[in-house]
Design a protein around this ligand. Structure first.
Ligand SMILES: Cc1ncc(COP(=O)(O)O)c(C=O)c1O
Length: 395
């Protein structure tokens, strides 16, 4: 087929898709997926809500509705954002198909072919997949335990033309689990002002904090409307609802809303009505609080077991929240090859090799490991088996 548009060159199968298919195999211990724990979904409450919605009195739940999202849900999201230091009303919020659609729409709005998107190094692979059809160039900025190195960012902004977007996942980043410190958030906003660049802040893990204090969002530090803030119900309610939001300045939101209309008309009315009913009838804050001990204990187990069983010369991040730790191996270890030749055939374990998380100059000696989806006994036996094979591979 030769008739594809030029952007189709950038639409490639995800390197991780083929082995993620393995994740459904009961014989496989998967540290690869970033799925929330399904036992934590508020199943009973949602069952009752959907039951009530699917009655003749509620036929409007199956009808078309406003493209920007159900007004009631927009207001509820705005109230939660206001409580989190981002004063807003329903008019400031667009409901999207998960955070992922916010990434797609924002790139479409700001990025022409050849424009530069600055990312963290590494960054969320799904964002690159969303951005790629806009044919951007990428420059990635190194991170340390406090997130993006803002001095390095300044250097990039001073020396790079056509930077349009700075993409950051400031809270418990996917894939590293790292959180951007407050002073760096302030500096990030200052730099974006100075160089007239838009910041795209993506926060699906923000509310999954297991220790320490919440850090003000980048959006809350924004005084000129240059931060586009994305959030999602995926990790705090359920990803299958496909509900997320954008908070942005009115002129930005209006255009995003028109792009959304072009893309899919609206989110499913039924799911928006269900989420609105959930937020009105139940206490989502206590639901979130009730999930934290489970994830905290899984994270603790993962970090403890890795420390016990991985050989020397390997480091990993101490995520204070979210679902991931990022493991760095000696440079000579190509994780994709190690996984293909040893980890899958000998231990039935999968991780996500790190290379696809780099927007440019990929590094092969990292892996993202998720602690959310594996029962405790499998977590321990999987990490132990991986440790043994690492010793073999590195000896
Ligand atoms: C950093 C980040 N952004 C966005 C998303 C998209 O999630 P959703 O579309 O389910 O909200 C994810 C999902 O894993 C993510 O990790």
């Amino acid at each position: 087929m030769t008739a594809f548009a030029r952007r189709a060159e950038r639409i490639q199968p995800s390197a991780i898709r083929e082995f993620l298919a393995l994740a459904g195999d009961p014989g496989i211990t998967s540290f690869a997926g970033g799925y929330p724990d399904p036992t934590l979904f508020p199943m009973g409450e949602l069952h009752k809500i959907y039951d009530d919605l699917l009655t003749p009195d509620n036929a409007s739940a199956l009808q078309y509705t406003a493209s920007d999202g159900l007004p009631e849900l927009r207001a509820q999201v705005a109230a939660r954002l206001t409580a989190d230091g981002m004063p807003s009303t329903a008019d400031d919020v667009l409901i999207t198909q998960g955070g992922q659609q916010g990434l797609d729409l924002t790139a479409k709005l700001f990025v022409d072919a050849g424009d530069v998107i600055v990312t963290e190094r590494p960054t969320f692979l799904g964002a690159l997949i969303a951005f790629n059809p806009c044919e951007p160039r990428y420059v990635s900025v190194p991170m340390d335990e406090e997130g993006m190195d803002v001095d390095a960012l300044e250097q990039v902004l001073r020396t790079t033309e056509r930077v349009k977007l700075i993409y950051t996942v400031p809270d418990f980043q996917n894939p590293t689990g790292r959180t951007l410190g407050l002073a760096r958030r302030r500096r990030l906003v200052e730099l974006a002002e100075e160089f007239d660049v838009v910041i795209l802040e993506d926060t699906p893990y923000r509310e999954l904090r297991y220790e320490g204090e919440r850090v003000p969002s980048v959006k809350s530090l924004d005084t000129s409307g240059r931060v586009v803030h994305l959030g999602s119900f995926s990790k705090i309610l359920a990803p299958g609802l496909r509900l997320g939001w954008v908070l942005a300045a009115p002129e930005v939101l209006e255009k995003l809303s028109l792009l959304k209309l072009a893309a899919d008309t609206q989110n499913g009315t039924l799911n928006m009505r269900a989420a609105a009913a959930y937020l009105a009838g139940f206490d989502i804050e206590s639901h979130i609080a009730s999930m934290l001990p489970t994830y905290r204990s899984k994270r603790d187990l993962m970090l403890r077991t890795v420390a016990e069983h991985f050989p020397d010369g390997i480091t990993w991040t101490q995520a204070q929240g979210g679902l991931f730790t990022w493991v760095t191996f000696p440079e000579r270890l190509d994780v994709a090859a190690f996984q293909r030749d040893l980890l899958i055939p000998r231990a039935g374990v999968i991780v996500v090799p790190g290379a696809p998380f780099f927007a440019e100059r990929p590094e092969a000696h990292h892996a993202r490991m998720s602690f959310s989806g594996v029962p405790d006994d499998r977590l321990v036996s999987g990490v132990r088996a991986m440790g043994g094979l690492l010793r073999e591979a590195l000896s």
